[in-house]
Ligand binder design. Structure first.
Ligand code: MN
Length: 199
């Protein structure tokens, strides 16, 4: 199958001032697009795995032929991660969690402030590039999981609920070295309704 860049569900400037238009143009239009191109290229002539869905490529990455596994993992992971990341943000969102996710946060972390502070600690503590997730483990428990580079919860048998991209390309144009400020600003665009659907 041919993998495609999903349509961004809002305009490039829709998340201003928290996430700026230029960052969105480059992040979605260049970085994400390049991962999609790289994924299609990595699967050229790859036989059976070239017809796998994006989710299957992540879930069953250990079954992908060793020769192309790293290239496929990088591109498929980044494609899947970005595709989810865009859908969990939106203009005029943020605020207190609502719906099912509010219950999960209360039951797991006590309150929203504690959750935010733990999530921020994980996001600022992740060395180098990666993603910070709220994920549900196979035992049904929710946990904050920082993962390096291209990895995602699917590759670890977990379900992804919420995610923040902490690669420098996600914030450097506006926030430079101030990753903590980017994390603080990001809460203003989190779409809790969309997150609740993943609980
Ligand atoms: Mn990114």
């Amino acid at each position: 199958m041919v993998h495609e860049l999903p349509k961004l569900p809002y305009a490039f400037d829709a998340l201003e001032p928290h996430i700026d238009k230029r960052t969105m143009e480059v992040h979605y239009g260049k970085h994400h697009a390049a991962y999609v191109t790289a994924l299609n290229k990595s699967l050229e002539g790859a036989g059976a795995v070239s017809s796998w869905s994006l989710e299957d490529l992540c879930r069953k990455i250990s079954k992908v032929p060793a020769k192309i596994r790293t290239a496929v993992r990088r591109a498929a992971g980044q494609h899947w991660n970005h595709s989810l990341f865009w859908t969990l943000m939106g203009p005029g969102k943020g605020g207190e969690p609502s719906g099912k996710i509010a219950g999960v946060i209360r039951a797991t972390f006590g309150d929203f402030e504690t959750f935010k502070s733990k999530f921020k600690e994980a996001a600022t503590g992740l060395f180098g590039s990666g993603w910070v997730w709220l994920a549900r483990n196979p035992r049904g428990k929710y946990e904050i999981v920082p993962l390096p580079d291209d990895e995602n919860p699917l590759m670890h048998g977990m379900r992804a609920v919420l995610v923040l991209d902490v690669w420098e390309h996600a914030y450097y144009l506006k926030y430079q070295n101030r990753r903590p400020d980017y994390v603080d600003a990001w809460w203003n665009v989190v779409d809790w309704e969309a997150v609740s659907k993943r609980v």
